[in-house]
Design a protein around this ligand. Structure first.
Ligand SMILES: [Zn+2]
Length: 107
C-alpha cells in the first residue's frame, strides 16, 4: 500500500478493498503486507489503537482479524495501556467487547 493513513480503520478499509491479506497466522503470507502497512500509520500502532474510533472500526469488513494482527505487534505493556483505554469508553459496542475478550485475550 503506497500511501500513509491517519487512522487504523482507514488503513483496514484500504487493505480490505485492495484484497490485502489480513488473516491472523496466515500460513501463506503471514499477512506480511498488512503488517508492513502498519508502518504507514502517521502515529505509532500503539497510539492508533489506543485512540481508535471503535464505532467506525466495527463498520469495516474483517476489522476483527486486522485488529488481532495489529494488537499482536504490541508489547505486553502497550497492550495493557490500549485495552485500559478501550474499557474506559462508556458505550463499548458488544461485538467489539466480544473480540477483545474471546480473541485478543483468548479467554
Ligand atoms: Zn495471507
Amino acid at each position: 500500500m503506497d500511501r500513509s493513513f491517519s487512522s487504523f480503520p482507514e488503513l483496514v478499509l484500504e487493505a480490505v478493498t485492495k484484497n490485502v491479506c489480513v488473516k491472523p497466522f496466515c500460513t501463506t503470507c503471514g499477512a506480511l503486507e498488512f503488517r508492513r502497512s502498519l508502518q504507514t500509520l502517521r502515529q505509532s500502532v500503539q497510539v492508533c489503537l489506543r485512540d481508535i474510533d471503535i464505532e467506525t472500526l466495527v463498520q469495516v469488513q474483517r476489522w476483527d482479524e486486522a485488529l488481532r494482527i495489529a494488537y499482536g505487534e504490541l508489547s505486553f505493556d502497550q497492550q495493557r495501556e490500549v485495552v485500559q483505554r478501550w474499557l474506559e469508553q462508556a458505550q463499548l459496542p458488544l461485538r467489539f467487547a466480544d473480540v477483545v475478550v474471546f480473541t485478543l485475550f483468548e479467554i
